[in-house]
Each structure stands twice: as C-alpha cells, then as structure tokens.
Design a binder for this molecule. Structure first.
Ligand code: LLP
Length: 453
C-alpha cells in the first residue's frame, strides 16, 4: 500500500478564520498594526533584515517553560532535577539559558556533548545517553567527568567500567529500562515498548542482569534507573503505568541485589500544542502525575523516594519557536489546490514529511486579517512530499509575503539538512525588543568546508 502524501486525510481542524493562534505561538507574540511581533520585535522587518528562511525563538518563552517544569515538579517533591533534552533544539546560547535557569543538559551524542561543554555548562550538569554510544563517545563523556551516563546495554556497562577503572575514576550510571508501555503517539517516536532498540527489557531477566552487572562492575556507581516511553504524549496515564512498572523493578533490584537506587529518571515526551485542536496536558498536571505517582508507588513498596529526573525537550522549545519564510511562486491549480512555495522546506522542517506533522501558519505582514484561504505551503526541494503545511487555513497570500509557521522550535533546526545543498537558516533569539543571532545562516563556503576534494 502506497502513502499518498497529497491525499492522506487531513484531521479535522478549526475552520474559524478568526480563530486566535496565540495558544500555538510564542508567549510574547502580539499583533500590532496587522503585523506579527515576537519578543517585541517586528517579524516582517526581522525577516527582511536577516533574510529567510529564519528560525526565531522567544527567549522569555524558553525560560518560562524551564521554570514551569521546575516549579511544578519541586512543588510535590524537593529533589527533582530538570534535564533539558538538547536534541529538541541545541546551540551554545540555548545551553547557557538552560544552565542559567538551574537545569541540566541531556546530550545524545559526542557532538551534543562537545557543544554543551563549549557553551560553558559544567560537566557536572550534563547527562549523556544514546543506544549505541561509540567507544570514543563513552571515553569523551568519562574524561569530561559528566554527571551521569544512561546505559543501554551490558556491553556499554563493561566499556564504561573498563575506561573508568583505567583512569581510576567512578562513573555514575542510570540503567535504561523499557517498561513495556506503548504510549499513544506516532510509532516512530514510541520508545518504551518491549520491542525496542532502546534500553534493557524486563522480560527474560535482561534488566535484572544489567542491574546485577552494574552493582558488581568496578568503576561503576549504579545511581539509578531511567525510562523514556516516547514523545508528543498527551495521555499522562502512560507515565503512571510506566512508573508503576519502574518502581516495582526498583523493589526487585533491592530484593535481589540489596542495592537501593537513588535516582529515577522518567525521561521526556510531554506533548505540546501544534494545532488548535490539540489538547496536551499541562506541565502542572505532568508534574503531579509523575511526582505523586512515584511517591505513592514507593510508599506502597516501602522504598525511599528517589531523586527524580525529568527530561523534557519539545515542551521547552516547540512553541517558543516560529519559522519565517518569504513566499515565492503561488500556483493555483483550479479544482485541485493552491500551492504557495516558500524559500525553505523539508531541509529546515522534515517533520511533515517524516511524521505527517501538521502546523498552523499565518501571514506575518497580514496577521490582523482573518485566515479565509485554504492553501498548501510547499518547500523548494525536489520532492512531492516537501510540504510544510497541507490544506492549511491562512490569510490571502501573494508573492513577497512573509509566512510564519508556528511551533517549530523543536526538532526542526536540530533535524535540518543540506539536501539540494540548501544552506541551513540562522537562528535568532528575541527578547525585550532585541534580536540577537545565535546561529548564523550557513554560506556556500560552509557547504564546501568539508568538501576537500
Ligand atoms: N529523553 C530521551 C532519552 C529521549 O530520547 C528524548 C527524545 C527526550 C528525552 C525528549 O523527548 P521530548 O520531551 O522532546 O518529547 N524527532 C521526533 C522526536 C524524537 C524524540 C527522541 N527522543 C519529532 O520530531 O517528533
């Protein structure tokens, strides 16, 4: 069965042309004189000045989200650490914000670790994970003295043990366990089910074997357990169920090894609002379900409440970001659809092509007008599936307009590519009427930097 990108059914959307987009836009977004402003900066002027495509991030929004996670988790238990999953959006400026706000940085590769360290975040505030870390990546993490490594296999435990012992140091680790829970989200971003390349499964004693090895291997401090069940999760019961399984496993570890783990990391995954119809849970609800759930389960099993770690990525940055594009060709295909082509596409936002993701859009220079038209916003790349938003409600569009795509702060810049030898857009942080470029737009020279033939 083929996948028909252009004719897959579109989920029901709000058809009200006057519908307010503020719930999917950055928190400082306003409309003044019919133009979109974010962080007190006029998005149309910014686009003209900096060029398009352009990622714009609302710094106030990012800081607010990090504070919300800290507030609503420590409200229920004093010992909770927010570890921002840098894969959602990463650059040095972002790492500094995370650190300034008292949160830790979660790195998924040697490259992410290098950037976090280069930003000035101390290694003691960095956690490293990944299902197949190379020997070099493990060595880099241990040598940097990162706080914790999330371990995915026995092979990795043995490698960490050998490297740490050789250096005469002890490395704290968390054991990643797949609790066998399938959250209600896209199959590509479910990670907690039994059939998964991640972590240790509970069946056949695999996780217990990992726990025993972690207890006995030299150079290893078995600090605790880790889970991550998926991403863009709306139903908090998935966390509750997984927490039940994890705390029960903590009990089994204590019974079988005598070891009481200190940390329980519940991963990230909290969903966000992309479309007006989306109803994700709030950070307040997430904090309550996770922290109260762990406390209740620990009490039931007579275990001390561990230090709790959470790893939000998307929920920190997604709605903080928008992407600005200039409209080029507009093609009206009578009786079919109108294509509005922009100066970017799947290279700066692969999510519609990869997951069928949907975004709300507006014309930044006509933001005060009702969104009376239905168009398909297409990218400039050589793929039919290179669409940013199919059959989306928007103001009447013409060549030269600036389109803002909402909620692109997560997994767009970080998953961008140079397909068609497109240069990646820059990233601008806005705050209090000021715009600062934190990642510059690539140049053709950048495209050829490694092309030394
Ligand atoms: N912790 C671990 C171990 C993870 O693997 C992830 C994301 C997170 C935390 C953060 O999850 P978040 O809070 O952002 O949902 N590219 C996909 C998302 C992949 C998520 C991978 N892991 C997308 O664009 O939807």
């Amino acid at each position: 069965m083929g996948f028909d990108t252009l004719n897959e059914p579109v989920p029901e959307q709000a058809h009200d042309p006057h519908a307010d987009l503020s719930s999917v836009l950055p928190m400082t977004a306003t409309i003044e004189d019919g133009r979109l402003r974010v962080g007190g900066v006029d998005m149309v002027e910014l686009a003209r000045e900096m060029g398009t495509a352009l990622y714009v991030m609302d710094e106030e929004h990012i800081r607010h989200q990090l504070r919300e996670f800290q507030k609503w988790t420590t409200y229920h238990w004093r010992d909770v650490e927010t570890v921002y999953a840098a894969k959602a959006f990463m650059c040095k400026a972002m790492c500094r914000i995370v650190h300034e706000e008292g949160c830790m940085v979660l790195c998924a590769s040697g490259g992410e670790l290098a950037i976090a360290l280069a930003s000035g975040v101390p290694a003691s505030r960095i956690q490293v994970h990944g299902n197949n870390k190379t020997l070099a990546e493990i060595t880099e993490a241990i040598d940097a003295r990162v706080d914790r490594i999330v371990v995915d296999s026995v092979l990795e435990l043995e490698r960490i043990s050998a490297i740490a012992s050789e250096r005469g140091v002890t490395q704290a680790v968390l054991l990643r366990v797949t609790p066998g829970i399938k959250p209600d989200t896209h199959g590509y971003i479910q990670t907690g089910q039994e059939d998964s390349k991640f972590g240790f499964g509970l069946n056949h004693g695999l996780a217990m074997e990992g726990a025993k090895r972690a207890c006995e291997l030299p150079g290893i401090d078995f600090a605790g357990l880790h889970m991550h069940i998926g991403s863009q999760i709306f139903a908090l019961q998935s966390y509750s169920k997984a927490i039940e399984v994890m705390v029960d496993f903590m009990r089994q570890v204590r019974e079988e090894t005598g070891h009481t783990v200190r940390d329980l990391d519940v991963g990230g995954g909290i969903g966000i609002k992309y479309g007006l119809a989306d109803e994700p849970s709030t950070i307040e609800e997430f904090g309550k379900v996770v922290v109260d759930g762990i406390k209740a389960e620990c009490e039931r099993h007579g275990l001390p409440v561990p230090r709790i770690l959470i790893e939000p990525g998307r929920a920190v940055v997604a709605n903080a970001g928008i992407t600005l594009y200039a409209v080029g060709v507009v093609k009206e295909l009578p009786g079919i659809r109108t294509y509005v082509a922009v100066d970017g596409g799947m290279t700066d936002n692969i999510r519609p092509a990869l997951y069928g993701a949907r975004y709300e859009c507006l014309v930044a220079n006509k933001a005060g007008h009702p969104r009376t038209e239905v168009v398909t916003i297409a990218g400039k790349h050589c793929e039919t599936g290179d669409l940013i938003a199919r059959d989306v409600h928007i103001q009447p569009v013409e060549t030269g307009d600036i389109i803002a795509v909402c909620a692109t702060g997560a997994y767009c810049h970080s998953m961008s590519s140079n397909y068609n030898k497109q240069v990646r857009p820059g990233v601008v942080f806005v705050r209090d009427g000021q715009a600062r470029t934190v990642v510059s737009r690539e140049t053709y020279d950048d495209l050829m930097r490694c092309d030394i033939g």
